[in-house]
Design a protein around this ligand. Structure first.
Ligand SMILES: Nc1ncnc2c1ncn2[C@@H]1O[C@H](COP(=O)(O)OP(=O)(O)OP(=O)(O)O)[C@@H](O)[C@H]1O
Ligand SMILES: [Mg+2]
Length: 255
């Protein structure tokens, strides 16, 4: 990714300076300790991740850039105050459907492939059935029993995907405890599917304000705090931008 960027000679201003979206072409690496912590957590089987820190500190940007190095694809769910864990399960499932539906028929399947295929079909049918028999708008009732944390972890794992949950600090406290249980199930799936994991992000001061897990899970969750960028790091963004756009700012403008 970085090499591809270095090879490119032309960039537009809006892809270089990105005040309202994650930086890719003008990404500045964060301090080594934070960087290593993210990469190690991503590469550790069964390790779940909670990224927290002030809004605008660069959580999404750092994660996105590191995910691109480790994963081919990932699934992202965004949260609002009214988001429920059931709603998140459905959201993640709807995003991975195309990975299974576009699959060509394979002549030789392992038992595990068959299990994954059957699980996918059962969930899909369950959602359809619930949608046709329930006219209420309550999303939770659309979640079929087969769409549980374990099956979702297996479906994600079989495609080498991880699940990013943005702004999870916004949801109700009871949902934070539910996600902690789901993280536990994802941890246990790490032995069968090395890359499957949940990464929850929140603009708060502690990891526990994002997900309410108990002490027994502490060692299996990597809590990563992202500090606000230093003046030097912000200056680096401007310097990288100068290189990408092949322009020069005076030091006065940089300040
Ligand atoms: N490492 C970086 N290099 C260059 N620009 C960055 C970097 N990190 C963050 N930025 C820029 O800073 C802004 C805020 O970053 P980002 O959206 O990642 O923060 P955040 O912590 O996820 O915020 P929020 O909690 O509101 O979601 C964005 O405009 C982004 O482009
Ligand atoms: Mg963010």
């Amino acid at each position: 990714m970085i090499e591809a960027l270095e090879e490119r000679t032309e960039f537009t201003v809006d892809e270089v300076f990105t005040p309202s979206s994650p930086a890719i072409s003008c990404y500045v690496p964060r301090d080594r300790k934070t960087n290593d912590k993210v990469v190690n957590a991503l590469n550790t089987r069964g390790k779940q991740i909670v990224v927290y820190g002030h809004t605008g500190s660069g959580k999404t940007t750092l994660l996105l850039n590191k995910l691109n190095e480790v994963y081919d694809n990932h699934v992202t769910s965004n949260c609002m105050k009214t988001t429920t864990v059931d709603g998140l399960l459905l959201d993640a499932f709807s995003q991975i459907c195309h990975f299974f539906e576009s699959e060509r028929s394979i002549t030789e399947r392992s038992g595990r492939d068959l299990f994954i295929e059957t699980t996918f079909k059962e969930i899909k049918a369950g959602i359809k059935l619930a949608a046709s028999s329930d006219t209420s708008t309550k999303l939770t009732r659309l979640v079929p029993p087969q769409l549980n944390a374990q099956n979702l972890a297996k479906l994600l794992g079989s495609k080498g995907l991880c699940w990013v949950i943005e702004d999870f600090h916004k949801v109700e406290e009871s949902e934070k405890q539910k996600l902690s249980q789901i993280m536990k199930i994802f941890m246990d799936c790490g032995s069968e599917y090395p890359y499957v994991k949940i990464i929850a992000l929140g603009a708060v001061h502690t990891a526990r304000q994002v997900v309410e897990y108990d002490d027994e899970m502490r060692n299996r969750v990597s809590e990563i705090e992202i500090q606000l960028m230093s003046e030097q790091e912000i200056l680096e963004i401007i310097i990288t931008g100068e290189k990408r756009l092949n322009i020069e700012f005076t030091s006065g403008i940089k300040k």
